[in-house]
Write a protein that binds this ligand. Structure first.
Ligand code: DQA
Length: 137
């Protein structure tokens, strides 16, 4: 099983960024533990702060991977283009948010990705990424 985690803008700052919302663990540390725990899964990780690079990566993996776990971060709420990319590929996408976006500002309630996603997970912290892997397994 080939899965990829795609993280969007500012998620490279996990561990430092608003730890009261996003926790104090870096994604690199968390990802290393995930890879160890799910040795049978071919698990990769991509992060970009640039909308077009996220779209290019969706196009690249979206026709032969078994699943995509996508946290498009703030682009979730603004990007028609990322929503269209998710609609245009064949690989199922689980949309994920570390925080409960529906318990936060109203602009975070809108998602351009959810209508095309297989499922949506939000509010479970980094644990959500593991839940998303399990959903594909
Ligand atoms: C986020 C929620 C978004 O609203 C925010 O812009 C992020 C992170 C989350 O994982 O909780 O950058 O996607």
């Amino acid at each position: 099983m080939k899965l990829i985690i795609i993280n969007g803008p500012n998620l490279n700052l996990l561990g430092k960024r608003e730890p009261e919302i996003y926790g104090s663990e870096t994604f690199e540390d968390f990802f290393r533990d995930l890879q160890l725990k799910y040795k049978d899964v071919e698990l990769s990780y991509f992060q970009s702060n640039i909308e077009g690079e996220l779209i290019d990566k969706l196009h690249e993996v979206g026709f032969d991977y078994d699943g995509i776990i996508l946290n498009a971060a703030a682009y979730t709420h603004t990007s028609v283009a990322i929503g269209d990319a998710v609609k245009g590929i064949h690989t199922p996408v689980v949309e994920l948010h570390i925080s409960n976006t529906h318990a936060r500002e109203e602009f975070r309630h809108k998602s351009f990705i959810a209508p095309a996603a297989k499922g949506v997970l939000f509010g479970f912290g980094l644990k959500g990424y593991e839940l998303a892997i399990q959903s594909f397994l």
